[in-house]
Design a protein around this ligand. Structure first.
Ligand code: NDP
Length: 364
């Protein structure tokens, strides 16, 4: 099939707080951004709008004194990005070529050329890899096992049932607390005797009478039948190594997230886990003109507000790059799209073949 070719000054991948903030800023700067996001797909675990679309109350996003529901907040972000002319495309990107500019992005029906690329593809839920967790029919995924309480918790299959949540972070606390709205009982299994979650979320979960904490406990197997779904779990005491079976009808895995960076492997510098490396003072990656923001490059803060903040930084970095202003690179040098490098004390103009045509002091 013939593919359509589009060229843009700014292409943004991802529609969470980072991507949409980058869109608001670049659209207001008249850069006519194209924001690409994957269509909703449970198999691939893609959620347009990002993780806030599967969150309930957001109480810590500044500007909303009474709190706001995650999906409603993202709808406001999106409307604001649309208001200034952001164009949206919901397609699965199959390949990217970042070796030369303009960069090339391939979808099933389209080739998209981008002068600058802002990567805001976020992170996805992690799985334990235990027997019974895989998608049905290989396990009970989608048939009693989930990684998203807000998406699946209200389903009839989980109502008035005994459920197990695995994890000790804020996600696990939030999921367990949310599930008590529907479940008869929620067990929360954590592999240590100390939670990682914030104090406020811990206390909320401790106060909830429907939640029972199972300390020093690992989930080793999910049991059930394909006809009726999950009916029990095999748990292991991490200190004694002893196994026991506990009856539950649903399992929610809440052990954190991994960055969505498969597309960029081998092209962008990443840490051992796969987070894209950016320069501490900007959102520049190792490839000039490619910027990364939000959870895809942040393994430390991972908040909606910090994602939005780095989305804004990426937009300003892309705008400066397109204006031929210097952008600081991870190596410490500064670079523009004209091949102008600024080191601490020299300004070098380098031809595409590598020839240095100017070498002057950086500052007069
Ligand atoms: P975290 O990385 O904070 O926590 C993951 C938890 O899962 C840890 O307790 C960890 O155990 C456990 N875990 C990880 N791998 C395994 C495994 N293989 N087996 C058993 N347990 C495992 O992830 P979260 O998703 O909870 O939170 C991510 C970020 O999002 C945080 O910054 C958090 O504050 C934020 N967040 C905020 C919310 C809010 O404010 N409403 C809601 C949800 C998240 P261990 O502790 O032993 O390492």
């Amino acid at each position: 099939m013939a593919t359509e070719e589009t060229r843009r000054q700014v292409v943004i991948i991802g529609s969470g707080p980072a991507g949409l903030t980058a869109a608001i800023y670049t659209a207001r700067a008249n850069l006519n951004p194209l924001l690409i996001d994957a269509p909703a797909d449970t198999e691939r675990q893609t959620t347009p709008g990002g993780q806030l679309m599967i969150t309930t109350d957001v109480e810590n996003y500044p500007g909303f004194a009474k709190g706001i529901e995650g999906p409603e907040l993202m709808m406001e972000f999106r409307k604001q990005a649309e208001r200034f002319g952001t164009e949206f495309l919901e397609e699965w990107i199959t390949k990217v070529d970042l070796q030369q500019r303009p960069f090339t992005l391939y979808t099933e029906n389209r080739t998209i050329k981008a002068d600058t690329l802002i990567i805001a593809s976020g992170a996805s839920a992690k799985w334990l890899g235990v027997p019974g967790e895989a998608k049905t029919p290989h396990g009970f995924g989608g048939n009693g096992v989930s990684a998203c309480a807000t998406c699946d918790g209200p389903l009839p299959a989980f109502r008035n049932k005994r459920l197990l949540v695995v994890g000790g972070g804020d996600t696990a606390m939030e999921e367990a607390t949310f599930l008590t709205r529907y479940a008869a009982k929620v067990y929360l299994a954590h592999r240590r005797d100390k939670l990682r979650a914030s104090k406020i979320m811990q206390e909320k979960a401790f106060r909830n009478e429907k939640i029972e904490f199972l300390w020093n406990t690992e989930l080793v197997e999910i049991l059930g039948t394909q006809a009726d779904g999950v009916n029990a779990v095999r748990l292991r005491d991490t200190r004694s190594g002893e196994d026991r079976t506990t009856d539950v009808e649903g399992v929610f895995i809440a052990i954190g997230h991994k960055p969505n960076t498969e597309l960029f492997k081998g092209q962008l510098d990443m840490d051992a886990v796969g987070y894209i490396k950016t320069n501490g003072h900007s959102t520049a990656t190792n490839i000039p003109g490619v910027f990364a923001c939000g959870d895809v490059q942040d393994s430390v803060y991972r908040q909606a507000i910090t994602a939005a903040g780095t989305g804004c930084m990426s937009a300003i970095d892309a705008e400066r790059f397109l204006d031929h202003l210097p952008v600081e690179m991870p190596s410490g040098e500064e670079i523009t799209d004209e091949g102008e490098h600024i080191t601490a004390d020299r300004r070098l103009i380098i031809e595409p073949d590598g020839e240095i045509i100017s070498n002057e002091p950086a500052f007069e």
